[in-house]
Design a protein around this ligand. Sequence first.
Ligand SMILES: [Mg+2]
Length: 236
Amino acid sequence: MTSKEQPDTAKAGADPSDTAPGTASLTLDTAWTVRWIRRSAEVLAASRAALNTLDRDIGDGDHGENMDRGFQAILPKLEDLADDTTPGAVLKLVATTLISTVGGAAGPLYGTAFLKAAGAVGSASSLDAAALVVLLTAARDGIVLRGKAEEGDKTMIDAWTPAVNAAATAQAAGSAVGAVLLAAADAAVSGAQATEPLIARKGRASYLGERAIGHRDPGSQSTTLLLRAAADVAAA
Ligand SMILES: [Mg+2]
């Protein structure tokens, strides 16, 4: 848990004030993408012990360590990017680094998410709200493809799918990029909290049966951290 988390009652939709004329056309660029990944690395480092604890409850206790190692390995690669580097190229760099450095289930799952997100945004130099929805949807679909989990299985999909849905709803209502990401992050938090009463049907936690009840899925929690970081740097 971080102080940035919103309670269940937090607004799940977009702030109507963000749909004012002139704001809905804002886009996010490569600099935002780099700041997102740097912020994610910071937050994951700070949350390393907490994520390990969640994973220790219903898994093998290494999720914080794995995520921290993966994102720390990305940081030096962000130092000397060419001027014409696109957001998609940054996402692809994240994907390949996570796949090669993160063990357990999380590396392939998040690696696939970032790889599919990179492919979905293509060579665009900036991302509008619609492109963000495409990015998030592709990431989620990649995780589903790789992990074969469905909503309610007590996995990171339980954070991703509400996030994607909330982002799409916000974008359809005319929200700007910042509000779209905020909607996604808030919905992910609620989705992660909603994994707590579930019995796991995927992964190591599925062996625990009812003993998994009362514990939050660690992958759903790291998903909230990544999406909150995305929203935070868009708002900064
Ligand atoms: Mg683990």
